[in-house]
Design a protein around this ligand. Structure first.
Ligand code: SF4
Ligand code: SF4
Length: 234
């Protein structure tokens, strides 16, 4: 899922300070699960903002609610009246939600309440770790199911580098060396031969290095009626 963290209160207050009517919009998906932008976090932020605004002598009105998914236009359009009534929208979703609102209502000022950080997983209560960089050409079947792009500080395809030390990464000794983890996983699976297989340079054009990516699936554009018609003609 997408992991995000709330920006500091002072930074949020500065972004919305010039505006009177502030609408705070959260999201019930990833950012709710990572405790950054769900119901509780939106309520807490609205209360804190009201207090801060009053203490700093501003006249501002805060309204807060949460959408099912802020990155989907259909959910956003359901609260169009609230968005149009606001002077500024403070998005408490990942940046995809904030940009969905901004693209739908380009005349509106939308500011980010969260810092979108990474694709990650919850490891334990209050701990999330990055496991994928969305390279567009997954190769984890060759690395024991562990992503060397996201989990190795140098994104090495043929590791480890010379800095691996006692199973830890030289870039941050608190983090496990991805290639140590890959070695241990392959050993467990009796597939250590894969450590000797040289992985060729990766085709990075499928990653962000190839520019902004857009995925088009013609089959997903069909309505159920069109699908039935297509099947009937076969
Ligand atoms: S190889 Fe690419 S798609 Fe697969 S987990 Fe790593 S970054 Fe993600
Ligand atoms: S020590 Fe391991 S994780 Fe760190 S950069 Fe080297 S190979 Fe990658």
């Amino acid at each position: 899922m997408i992991i995000a963290e709330r920006k500091p209160l002072g930074e949020i207050a500065m972004m919305v300070a010039p505006h009177e009517k502030v609408t705070v919009i959260g999201c019930r998906s990833c950012v709710a699960i990572c405790l950054a932008g769900g119901e509780k976090e939106v309520d807490t932020l609205v209360s804190a903002m009201k207090l801060k605004s009053m203490n700093e002598g501003r006249t501002q009105y805060f309204d807060g609610f949460v959408l099912e998914r802020q990155c989907e236009k259909e959910w956003v359009k359901e609260v169009e009246d609230k968005i149009l009534a606001a002077d500024v929208v403070l998005s408490m979703s990942c940046s995809l939600g904030a940009q969905t609102i901004g693209d739908l209502y380009p005349e509106k000022i939308v500011v980010p309440g969260l810092n979108t950080a990474m694709f990650g997983v919850p490891e334990e209560q209050g701990v999330w770790s990055e496991k994928c960089l969305g390279c567009g050409d997954c190769i984890i079947h060759t690395t024991g199911g562990i992503c060397p792009i996201a989990r190795c500080a140098k994104s090495m395809l043929n590791g480890p580098c010379g800095g691996s030390s006692n199973g830890h990464c030289e870039v941050n000794l608190e983090i496990e060396c991805a290639w140590y983890a890959i070695y241990e996983r392959l050993k467990l699976q009796d597939r250590l031969d894969l450590m000797d297989t040289v992985r060729p340079p990766k085709e990075w054009s499928t990653s962000h290095s190839g520019g902004r990516r857009v995925i088009v699936r013609e089959d997903a554009k069909l309505t159920p009626h069109q699908i039935r018609g297509k099947e009937a003609s076969l």
